[in-house]
Design a protein around this ligand. Structure first.
Ligand code: NAD
Ligand code: 89Y
Length: 343
């Protein structure tokens, strides 16, 4: 495979995982990094031995010499940086949440499409080993046609110490974490026609909602519940596991805490362990997410080299992002929201 050269913008908390993963990805590596915070630039540059360092993304694009850019900044800068990449004809990966608004996200997809450039959203949760295992069982037809699902992420893990900005925004769990859970629901049960949602803030030290319950009407007639919480105190902390229940015409799937997969079909029940691999640079409990970072980046490198749409292309992600906006709209109005009308 030809080696693709990448540049990474945003050397913060999560980018360290992306940098580790790029070292493992076959066919791509990072040759330049950018952060407007000199301390973060120094830390990441020194840790990963990157000589080309920039405090200004415009300067980095002007110098060029890379085949793609990996945008790992927080949401405020995503639109401007994706547009800058498109102006320089550079394919881009953009972290979630893709944009501040659905209109911004649509504009970002349009500018890259018009320039004929690949754009992938770093929507990595669907790449987790347990989620891939559920998808595989469903596709094998063991449980028949799924008619009901539950996608659940309930935790009391302190995410605020590593990501203090999560405590400060008007919006929290749907935009930050629920976005992944909604994407998994779409990935497993298909696109969504309508939804209704209820939210709550339990933790008095944060600004946004930390609990959300969302009812989805999938286009194929299935119904599902996406329930997310960072206010749940449990006997064994499940972070960062997404638990799944699926009922189908011929059987059922249960992905339960501890990465246990139970599949019931016509010939009985099979139980298996679908734990993620602990990569050399990973640490528990984040290893489930860290492995999916490697998986999505490997997928990008392969698709960029061979051509073809990525699983979480910008256009695909509009359908996940619309669910985020619809959930906030529904929680505010108390009404069911027509998701298809938003796209
Ligand atoms: P962070 O604040 O720790 O890091 C962001 C970095 O980007 C900072 O160092 C900041 O100085 C830099 N930056 C911001 N705007 C810039 C610009 N215009 N030019 C150059 N540098 C700029 O944030 P984080 O916690 O690393 O989160 C980054 C993104 O990753 C967020 O969107 C977050 O939601 C996402 N995230 C994704 C996952 C996942 O599993 N996909 C997990 C955690 C965080
Ligand atoms: O930012 C979030 C994400 O994308 O995955 C987990 C997280 O780090 C905290 O909710």
């Amino acid at each position: 495979m030809t080696e693709l050269n990448g540049a990474l913008i945003g050397c913060g908390f999560f980018a360290v995982n992306q940098m580790h993963a790029w070292q493992d990805v076959a066919g791509a590596s990072i040759v330049a990094i950018c952060d407007r915070d000199p301390e973060r630039l120094r830390i990441v540059g020194d840790q990963f031995g990157i000589g080309r360092r920039y405090s200004d993304a415009a300067e980095m694009f002007a110098d060029g010499g890379f085949d793609f850019v990996d945008i790992a900044t927080t949401v405020q800068s995503h639109r401007a940086l994706v547009e800058m990449a498109a102006a320089h004809k550079v394919p881009a990966i953009c972290q979630k949440p893709f944009a501040k608004t659905l209109d911004d996200a649509k504009a970002m997809v349009k500018v890259c499409a018009e320039a004929g450039l690949p754009l992938m959203v770093h929507e990595n949760f669907r790449w987790q080993t347990p989620i891939q295992a559920v998808k595989k069982v469903l596709e094998a037809g063991t449980i028949g046609q799924p008619f009901w699902g539950r996608f659940s992420f309930r935790s009391g893990y302190d995410v605020f110490s590593g990501q203090p900005y999560l405590a400060e925004g008007e919006r929290f769990i749907i935009e930050d974490l629920g976005i992944h859970t909604l994407d998994i629901a779409r990935y497993i049960l298909g696109d969504v026609a309508a939804l209704s949602a209820r939210t709550k803030r339990v933790n008095p030290r944060i600004k946004g909602e930390d609990v959300a319950t969302i009812l989805l009407d999938h286009e194929n007639g299935a119904t599902s519940i996406v329930d997310v919480s960072y206010a749940s105190k449990l006997s064994t902390e499940p972070f960062p596991e997404t638990l799944i229940e699926l009922d189908g015409t011929e059987g059922s799937i249960r992905l339960s805490q501890g990465y246990k997969l139970e599949v019931t079909g016509k010939s009985g029940t099979e139980v298996s362990d679908v734990s993620p691999t602990l990569l050399s640079w990973a640490s528990r409990p984040w290893h489930n997410i860290q492995e999916s970072v490697y998986a999505i980046q490997q997928h990008w490198a392969e698709r960029l080299a061979a051509g073809g749409e990525t699983s979480t292309a910008g256009a695909d992600n509009l359908k996940t992002f619309a669910l985020v906006e619809a959930a906030y709209d529904s929680a505010a109005s108390g009404q069911t929201v027509d998701v298809k009308a938003m796209l």
